[in-house]
Design a protein around this ligand. Structure first.
Ligand code: GRG
Length: 298
């Protein structure tokens, strides 16, 4: 565990990100039955320079519950694998049809569509394999698998994506917009925090607090993502900006305006910090991370 808590979370995030990347690299070597092109596509997207925010949340949640972060590393990697799969599939021509992701050509642009679909499929399967194999105690690993499956499934990520695609050119109100983000962005944040808590064998009360923090952080993150699409720097963001408006997508700035969206994100971040205050000093990095998300430019 980290003994000191600095005001600046960035160096700690950088260190955790580096550790996550070492493990992601190790989990994606594969034996010779994995075709070279598939291995390359998986590693190209998974190891691309993303923020690794969700795995950091898993690790910091475990620490917030008084445990070392290392036993949570496999679950942290699994969450990043599910995230990377969702990005690869989301970028496909049948979905958002994006050319750039994480500052480089999307998987289907670099390789081809079939390879991108299959790289995503393999990453999703690998996430479950890693949790089943590497999270040591079966009652805990089974709980993690169940939580991850629920998050990846029809009532969460996939359902949210279907609702998002259906709504693309239609009219959405604020409630429907939140319902989509709750299933897409929010669910991945919540499961990251929950897995960290479960692996630390935290009490139900602490897991509920982490969950409530994740829900608010996820929504605030989505608002800042929408704001970056309005006024972000393309090089820093690593993908095309202004796309939401071009596609006529309803976003927070589109619905509430830039100022009110920023106010909404600020309120959510303050609420997120409040709900984890019962975890005490060990949760300070999570509060710092929440403020870091609000100020982010990528
Ligand atoms: C099941 C295909 C499928 C999709 C599920 C999660 C999701 C729905 C799609 C991913 C695409 C997307 C735009 C989600 C919204 C959340 C979001 C802003 C993702 C980008 O996350 P960052 O900024 O990315 O953390 P990095 O690259 O830093 O990891």
């Amino acid at each position: 565990m980290h003994d000191t808590v600095s005001d600046d979370i960035a160096p700690q995030l950088e260190q955790l990100r580096a550790e996550v990347d070492v493990s992601l690299d190790r989990y994606t070597q594969f034996n010779s039955d994995c075709p070279d092109k598939l291995r390359s596509a998986i590693r190209y997207s998974l190891l691309a320079p993303g923020k690794r925010l969700r795995p950091c949340l898993v690790l910091l949640a475990s620490e917030a519950c008084g445990q070392q972060y290392s036993p949570a590393l496999p679950a942290a990697c699994a969450v990043e694998m599910v995230h990377a799969y969702s990005l690869i599939h989301d970028d496909l021509p049948a979905m958002d049809d994006d050319d750039t992701r994480r500052g480089q050509p999307t998987c289907h642009k670099k390789f081809d569509e079939a390879t991108a679909i299959l790289a995503g499929d393999a990453l999703l399967a690998l996430a479950f394999q890693v949790v089943a194999q590497e999270v040591p105690s079966p009652p805990i690993s089974v709980r993690c698998l169940q939580e991850l499956a629920l998050t990846a499934g029809a009532c969460s990520l996939v359902g949210g994506q279907v609702a998002d695609l259906a709504a693309e050119f239609g009219d959405l109100d604020a409630e429907e917009l939140v319902a989509i983000h709750r299933r897409k962005t929010g669910a991945m944040f919540r499961v990251s925090l929950r897995l960290g808590g479960i692996i630390a064998d935290a009490s139900a009360e602490h897991i509920d607090a982490l969950d409530a923090y994740g829900e608010r952080l996820g929504l605030a993150f989505q608002i800042t993502d929408d704001l970056l699409d309005v006024d972000g720097d393309e090089a820093a963001v690593g993908k095309r900006v202004g796309k939401d408006a071009d596609q006529g997508k309803l976003t927070y700035p589109g619905l509430l305006g830039v100022v009110e969206s920023r106010n909404r994100a600020t309120t959510l971040i303050e609420e997120a910090c409040d709900v984890i205050s019962n975890l005490g000093k060990s949760a300070i990095p999570l509060t710092q991370l929440a403020r870091f998300v609000l100020a982010r430019n990528q």
